[in-house]
Design a binder for this molecule. Structure first.
Ligand SMILES: Cc1ncc(COP(=O)(O)O)c(C=O)c1O
Length: 501
């Protein structure tokens, strides 16, 4: 973890204004927003067009949530699943401001600042400070409607039509699909068991311009990467790999977009232990890997966090941490687009996180509930896999974080290998799996290879769009333990049938 200096001893952010796209550089603070900031106190406002809160039909907002006592060290795991097994707290957001309450509906359901509701934004900022200790003074946090939203805004802030972004060779498809219609392309960077290779990134940039395709193209300046429990490969960068990536970013003056939804799903050394040791009773566990943000002394990392994998995706709340200039531009973008995440979500999250759980409770919840649940699930799927799948026909690298295993199919052991394409073999296997009632995501969906315009990519039973993609992505996040076992039986049988063993 980075050294803890007093904020005033830290350097100021470097100036990255030259990285702004035409769109990013043109974004300005909304004058309307100035009015909102002047409101409050004794001012009588006849200014902004805010609807009157008496017309809001909502008297209060309540949710029963898991009770987490931040002060008590766990002797038992915080229960997952059904309400009856857990201790429950009633979180209520009242209609108007009330002593002891963080938020009210009259405020949180009103129009507000593009940076999000201030109480929740400050909770997130304090959380980032505690977990990542940014190494420069003028960093900031802006709330988003999740990482999908923040990523789209970061790209429009940094990239013009014709630019290309460096990405992991297997990556989250929504990121590529978001950029493509904007005319922002991508350049795949080789990966290994730890995610994006720093050596490959450096090599690519050291030799940029050496291929005909690159000759007329400026060197890419933005990298998109998923450092922990990477989607789809499950790979997690070691501390050294993270340092190496930062070093290449400094050498080649790059901006890094760190999309890190699985940061709290690090299994660490506990993945070596068996079932009962991982029941959450070791309550001192904390994520051990430094984020790229925490290693960044220049302010070149844009870190994206989301509550999607830690609380619930339907909250549509996340937060972007970056230098103050980048945060301000995303805020200006919010002001003229989404404005803020939903006031309902923000209000209930603020009340739960600030009044009930606190920073310690939230961290306890992440470590003892969310992480522990996925650790058990990961171990279970791996055990089922080992029981039912022939290791000569398929393999995977054990994930140390996240929600996924990336299964490599050893097509070279298929009797028809070399006489038909690898895509044909993979398609045959995929169809067999579906026929046997087990579904995994075809590896080609995470490929950087351009998809032909004349083929319907949703026609999954008839297309396999990349010969190199001899993989399936399986997730242990959702199915029941029994279903995972069933799925691996079916997958093992499908493999045996297709390979004729
Ligand atoms: C790498 C990655 N980024 C972003 C997202 C979506 O995050 P959010 O729900 O915050 O938009 C996902 C969800 O699967 C993901 O795997």
């Amino acid at each position: 973890m980075p050294s803890i200096l007093k904020t005033t001893e830290l350097p100021m952010a470097k100036d990255f204004s030259s990285f702004l796209s035409i769109e990013g550089a043109s974004r300005k603070k909304s004058p309307f927003n100035g009015l909102l900031r002047l409101m409050g106190g004794d001012i009588v406002s006849l200014g902004s067009g805010l609807p009157h809160p008496s017309t809001f039909p909502f008297y209060s907002l309540s949710a029963e949530v898991k009770r987490i006592d931040p002060a008590i060290k766990a002797t038992k795991p915080i229960a997952t699943g059904a309400k009856s097994q857990a201790m429950v707290d009633l979180v209520t957001v009242p209609h108007g401001p009330q002593p002891g309450k963080v938020e009210s509906l009259t405020d949180s359901l009103q129009y507000g600042l593009g940076s999000g509701i201030e109480s929740l934004r400050m909770f997130c900022k304090e959380h980032v400070n505690q977990m990542h200790r940014p190494q420069y003074q003028d960093w900031d946090v802006v709330l988003s409607a999740g990482n999908t939203d923040a990523f789209a805004k970061a790209i429009s802030m940094l990239c013009n039509r014709g630019d290309r972004v460096l990405v992991e060779e297997w990556t989250y498809p929504a990121a590529l699909e978001m950029m493509e219609p904007l005319g922002v392309g991508h350049v795949p960077v080789k990966m290994d068991g730890e995610g994006m290779s720093a050596v490959a990134l450096k090599d690519l940039l050291d030799n940029w311009g050496s291929t005909p395709e690159q000759a007329s193209e400026a060197k890419p300046r933005v990298v998109y990467l998923i450092p922990t429990g990477q989607n789809p490969t499950g790979a997690t960068m070691s501390i050294q790999r993270r340092r190496d990536i930062i070093q290449v970013a400094q050498q080649h003056n790059l901006i890094l977009i760190e999309d890190d939804p699985y940061y709290y799903l690090q299994f660490g050394g506990d993945d070596e232990k068996s079932g009962n040791d991982t029941d959450g009773s070791e309550s001192g566990w904390m994520p051990s890997l430094p984020s790229l943000l925490s290693l960044d002394t220049d302010a070149r990392v844009i870190r994206l966090d989301t509550f999607s994998k830690t609380l619930a995706p339907g909250c549509r709340v996340g937060y972007m941490s970056a230098n103050a200039q980048f945060c301000a531009i995303v805020q200006y973008h919010n002001e003229v687009s989404t404005q803020q995440p939903s006031g309902f979500s923000q209000a209930i999250l603020a009340e739960m996180l600030i009044s009930h759980w606190g920073q310690k409770g939230y961290i306890r919840y992440l470590c003892e509930n969310v992480r522990t649940e996925y650790l058990k699930r990961s171990q279970h799927l791996q055990a089922c896999y080992r029981k039912h799948v022939n290791p000569r026909l398929a393999s995977f690298i054990k994930p140390s974080a996240g929600m996924f295993i990336w299964i490599k199919i050893h097509v070279e052991h298929h009797p028809k290998y070399g006489t038909v394409s690898d895509s044909a073999l993979m398609l045959e296997l995929f169809k067999k799996c579906v026929g046997n009632n087990v579904l995994m995501v075809p590896g080609w969906q995470f490929s950087c290879k351009p998809k032909p315009a004349d083929i319907d990519p949703a026609d999954l039973l008839n297309v396999w769009l990349d010969d190199r993609a001899t993989y399936f992505r399986a997730t242990f996040a959702y199915a029941s333990f029994e279903q995972m076992d069933q799925a691996m039986v079916r997958f093992g049988e499908s493999l045996n049938e297709v390979f004729g063993v």
